[in-house]
Design a protein around this ligand. Structure first.
Ligand SMILES: C[S@@+](CC[C@H](N)C(=O)[O-])C[C@H]1O[C@@H](n2cnc3c(N)ncnc32)[C@H](O)[C@@H]1O
Length: 462
């Protein structure tokens, strides 16, 4: 096997440049409304464009459409690891400042990579992050846990030292993790390099928080060094892969990520004030919360869509390497709101959710595809369970802000936000406000027919 040695010095120089670049893009702290202006999009529609920080007291009328330009997607720990349908930080930051005060308790019942919780911490609020997915919880923990600089720097140096000592002959086959179709997903070289990375991390530290940060930095390179298509949320191998996998790729990318993520966590940790926490329970489901009545001051979330992203499949390789999963993912998939894992016995008949617009749409889909109609119905049913739970656990007067887009099911436009807004009334919520947020960028492409263009923000009040 050919093996190309890596230069830690060169990697450090490259990362230092990136670091400077990411810092200069971040200085947006508008005190007035000069970053807000009216524009017309290519369809002749009027939008309110906001660059960077969203002013807390900006006027918002029902149905107004915004184009928010985000500058903070990599700031602090937000830039650690990709995650599908991530919030841009300015949105939860604004909602938190607008609808809560310091020391309040905030809930995100579909927390994903914890964007809401990071912003809550930075704004001196405590928060709870619920996610059914163990990978999301792992990532959320890393992104919201501060780490002391000196121990981290020493550990990173130690890991980098071990990294360059890579010798494929010193890796035992039994040390390479075993999981379904492993040798289709990875070349032998990448299996050896990733195993060496994992070993280097474990032998360099016993500090669990530092180790988790390093393992997440390893996780961020897994997709790129696998035979899976980087540009698709689904983990798939393409016949003609448009990327080159060469020896030392995993080692180099990991070293870069580790250094970059260390800068991020240090910057984040230095910004935080003591005493604020993020709780990430591993026994909660957005539909069945174990928290008492009248407990949270505010809830902010972006829930999944029906039939859109298969989260367990998206992160399957990462979960195998992190030891979070080792075989079938179907049990996990079933628990996801928006799941496609449904039983034939359930979808033979038409189900109704009790909202005229939604039921008409489900009936249309039923005529085309009974299974898809049930997936759509079940999504709304599960979201209704979630809204009931959030209603129960919110303090009177508290808000539940939901950010959700539309999608297409069997070619039919499925207007999630409208249906959720209608259903929320039957639970007791009052719709205080709703507005659109145009989406101009996605980290990972979703299939064309499912592409989501506008997110709707609905503000519900208990
Ligand atoms: C759109 S993502 C949230 C992204 C998040 N706002 C962020 O910035 O990273 C939706 C999340 O809902 C989670 N989810 C799906 N079903 C769930 C359930 N039953 N309970 C809790 N979380 C669930 C998924 O695992 C996924 O992480």
């Amino acid at each position: 096997m050919t093996y190309y040695p890596i230069s830690i010095q060169k990697i450090k120089q490259k990362v230092a440049k990136k670091k400077i670049f990411s810092q200069t893009g971040q200085i947006f702290d508008f005190k007035d409304l000069t970053n807000v202006k009216e524009i017309t999009n290519k369809f002749g529609e009027t939008l309110t464009r906001v660059d960077g920080e969203i002013p807390v007291d900006i006027d918002v009328s029902d149905g107004q459409r915004f184009l928010f330009i985000s500058y903070d997607q990599s700031k602090y720990t937000h830039g650690i690891h990709k995650y599908p349908a991530k919030f841009f930080p300015e949105l939860p930051r604004w909602l938190i400042k607008k609808y809560s005060k310091p020391n309040d308790l905030i809930l995100d019942p579909f927390a994903g990579s914890a964007t809401t919780n990071i912003e809550a911490l930075l704004a001196k609020r405590n928060s709870v992050a619920i996610d059914i997915d163990p990978f999301a919880r792992y990532l959320a923990k890393v992104k919201t846990t501060p780490i002391g600089k000196s121990e981290l720097v020493t550990t990173v140096e130690e890991i980098l030292k071990r990294l360059v000592e890579f010798n494929p002959k010193l890796i035992n086959n039994s040390e390479i993790p075993d999981f379904p179709y492993r040798d289709n997903w990875f070349t032998k070289e990448m299996l050896l390099e990733l195993t060496h990375i994992k070993k280097s991390i474990y032998s360099s530290t016993e500090n669990v928080d530092i180790r988790d940060l390093c393992l997440i930095s390893m996780s961020s390179v897994i997709r790129a060094v696998s035979n899976a298509d980087d540009n698709c949320t689904r983990t798939v191998v393409r016949k003609r892969l448009n990327k080159e996998i060469y020896p030392s790729l995993a080692l180099t990318k990991f070293a870069e990520n580790l250094l970059m993520n260390s800068y991020r966590i240090i910057e984040f940790s230095q910004r935080l004030e003591n005493g604020f926490t993020v709780e990430i329970p591993n026994d909660n489901d957005a539909r069945y919360l174990t928290y008492p009545e009248n407990y949270f001051d505010l809830a902010v979330t972006s829930p999944p869509y029906a039939n859109a992203v298969d989260y367990p499949r998206t992160h399957q390789l990462e979960m195998y390497w992190l030891g979070i999963a080792n075989g079938s993912l179907s049990k996990l998939k079933e628990q996801h709101v928006g799941t496609e894992v449904v039983k034939a016995a359930d979808y033979k008949q038409l189900h109704r959710i009790g909202d005229l617009e939604a039921d008409n749409k489900i009936e249309k889909i039923f005529k085309l595809d009974q299974r898809r109609a049930f997936i759509a119905y079940k999504y709304l049913y599960d979201m209704k369970l979630n809204m009931k739970e959030v209603y129960r656990t919110l303090k009177p007067g508290g808000r539940y802000v939901i950010v959700v887009g539309n999608n297409r099911i069997k070619g039919e436009l499925f207007e999630n936000w409208k249906y959720l807004m209608n259903i929320s009334g039957s639970i007791g919520f009052i719709v205080e406000n709703y507005f659109g947020s145009e989406i101009i960028k996605h980290f990972i492409k979703v299939p064309r027919e499912e592409r989501i263009n506008t997110d709707w923000v609905i503000v519900l009040k208990k």
